[in-house]
Ligand binder design. Structure first.
Ligand code: ACO
Length: 274
């Protein structure tokens, strides 16, 4: 299916030194996620997932927002005008790319430059790591317009926050700033907006040094074992490592060789030379 020029512009990206910098690009609408943006984002993720020049994907927003959540006009009001079929299609399109991002082949980083509301918690959680501007504002604002935090947002809140904080956050709809989001565990770190991109580039560079197959196995493992018993997790991890070995059996041997035989590096302090 062809994509219109306007739809195409809802997401932009550039590739630089192994990093795909992807941006929500509806700054005039605070990067609210419209059906067009959701469709386009899936196409962009498709294009980048196995791109040979991409080792890490960073998701940020153009202008003052990361994303102001679902587009209340186009995602809710307009699609509801088409009945349940319209609603379900819009949900498939948004949940679809968030799910895709949760299990993405490459490591992913949310670079939250500004507003992040409601539905924005889907892609926020989907990214493996998250860094925010101290100036950013996060909120489960659903309650402020009369709905519950759906589309996974309630699940994200209880996954990432303490139960009491999640309840307060969801029931009051009160926004918190980036520093509080870091303190609460919604993001890894918060720093002044002016320093945000440099810090994310530094973390991306660190990830680029690692074995990519081990990284994919690691990020999947951490998401999977959250819902397992200890014994099931132990078993899953043995099998996941063996599956990773079948894709790359030389990496770990090389890592051991450089440490044990060549005494060239210390695994406790950094990655082996790939
Ligand atoms: N859906 C649709 N349009 C939006 C959204 C949204 N989520 N957020 C902003 N816009 C539009 C505004 O309607 C406005 O459009 P207009 O210029 O055509 O009138 C434009 O973006 C700019 O918005 P302002 O409100 O003027 O921007 P400001 O910087 O002052 O405020 C803020 C930003 C705080 C993000 C505000 O726009 C807002 O509260 N947006 C809604 C946030 C929200 O609750 N999102 C839904 C979460 S629930 C869910 O996702 C399921």
């Amino acid at each position: 299916m062809s994509t219109s020029h306007i739809e195409e512009e809802t997401v932009t990206y550039t590739i630089d030194s192994g990093v795909a910098w992807v941006k929500f690009n509806r700054p005039e609408k605070r990067n609210a996620m419209s059906p067009a943006l959701n469709r386009r984002m899936l196409e962009v993720l498709d294009a980048l997932e196995f791109h040979p020049e991409v080792g890490v994907l960073v998701l940020s927003g153009e202008g003052s927002a990361w994303t102001a959540g679902m587009d209340l006009q186009q995602y809710f009001r307009d699609t509801e005008a088409h009945g349940l079929a319209g609603t379900r299609q819009a949900q498939r399109e948004s949940y679809g790319w968030w799910r895709r991002l949760r299990w993405y082949e490459k490591p992913t980083i949310a670079m939250v430059n500004g507003w992040c509301f409601g539905g924005g918690y889907g892609p926020l959680f989907a990214c493996d790591l998250a860094f925010a501007a101290e100036e950013a504002k996060f909120g489960l604002s659903e309650i402020n317009w009369g709905i519950l935090p759906g589309g996974g947002a309630s699940k994200v809140a209880v996954e990432l926050l303490s139960f009491r904080r999640a309840m307060y956050h969801a029931m009051t709809g009160e926004p918190i700033d980036g520093a509080t989001a870091a303190e609460w565990g919604l993001v890894n770190e918060a720093l002044p907006l002016a320093q945000l991109q440099a810090r994310v580039a530094e973390v991306a560079a660190l990830l680029l040094e690692k074995n990519p197959i081990a990284l994919k196995a690691t990020k999947d493992a951490l998401r999977r074992v959250r819902e397992m018993t200890y014994d099931n997790a132990e078993d899953y991890l043995v099998r996941a490592q063996e599956a990773a070995n079948s894709r790359d059996d030389s990496g770990r041997h090389e890592g051991l060789r450089q440490f044990l035989d060549e005494k060239r590096y210390k695994p406790g302090l950094g990655a082996y030379d790939r």
